[in-house]
Design a protein around this ligand. Structure first.
Ligand code: PRP
Length: 180
C-alpha cells in the first residue's frame, strides 16, 4: 500500500464482489430494455469499465461531465454540464447513470430530472459508494455498492487533487495529505 493511504476501506476482492452483485441486479432489471449506461466523468470510469464487462445484456455506454457550482453544503446550488449526451435516440433509452460516489446528492438528483426532461425513456442510478451522512438533498440511488462513513476516500476512480484514481482499491487518505 502506498504511504499516503491510512488503510484500505474496500479491498480489491470486495470491490469484485460488489461489481458482480450489481451486474447481476442490472441483468435482472433491464431484461428487454435498451440499456444505456452513462458514466459521470471522471470518477466513475473505473467502476463503469468493470461493471459493463460483467453485465451480460447488450449495453451501450456514454459519458457526461458535470460539476457542482459552489460548496457541497448548499442544497440549492446548480450543476454545470461540461459534456452532455449527444444522442438523437434518447427517447428509446433506459438510462442507468453510473457514479463513483454520492455525497450531498445534488449531482444525481439534478441529473435524473435533467435526463428525464431531455426525453429519456427511463432514468435510474447506480453508485459504487454512498455517504448518506453527507446528504443535503434527499436522494437514494437505485443500485448501491456500499454505504461508507464520512472519510476522505480515494482510489478505484476517486481522486484527491487528480491523484490516486488508479489505485485498485478504495483507501482512506491520511489527513496529513490534505491538511498541509
Ligand atoms: C464527485 C462524484 C460525483 C459527485 C458527488 O465528482 O464523482 O459526481 O462528486 O457529489 P454530490 O453527491 O455532492 O453531488 P467530482 O466533482 O469530485 O468530479 P470527478 O468525478 O471528476 O472527480
Amino acid at each position: 500500500m502506498i504511504e499516503e493511504i491510512d488503510y484500505k476501506l474496500i479491498s480489491e476482492d470486495e470491490i469484485e464482489e460488489i461489481v458482480t452483485r450489481i451486474a447481476a441486479e442490472i441483468d435482472r432489471e433491464y431484461q428487454g430494455k435498451h440499456l444505456l449506461m452513462v458514466a459521470i466523468l471522471k470518477g466513475s470510469v473505473v467502476f463503469m469499465g468493470d461493471l459493463m464487462k460483467k453485465v451480460t445484456l447488450p449495453v451501450e455506454i456514454d459519458f457526461m461531465k458535470v460539476s457542482s457550482y459552489g460548496s457541497g453544503t448548499a442544497s440549492s446550488g446548480s450543476i454545470n454540464i461540461h459534456l452532455d449526451l449527444q444522442r438523437k435516440d434518447i427517447g428509446d433509452c433506459d438510462i442507468l447513470i453510473i457514479e463513483d460516489i454520492i455525497d450531498s446528492g445534488r449531482t444525481l438528483s439534478y441529473l435524473v430530472d435533467y435526463l428525464l426532461l431531455k426525453g429519456a425513456k427511463s432514468v435510474r442510478t447506480c453508485t459504487l459508494l454512498d455517504k448518506p451522512s453527507r446528504r443535503t438533498v434527499e436522494y437514494n440511488a437505485d443500485f448501491v455498492g456500499k454505504i461508507i462513513p464520512d472519510e476522505f476516500v480515494v482510489g478505484y476512480g476517486l481522486d484527491y487533487d487528480e491523484k490516486f484514481r488508479a489505485l485498485p482499491y478504495v483507501g482512506v487518505l491520511k489527513p496529513s495529505v490534505y491538511n498541509d
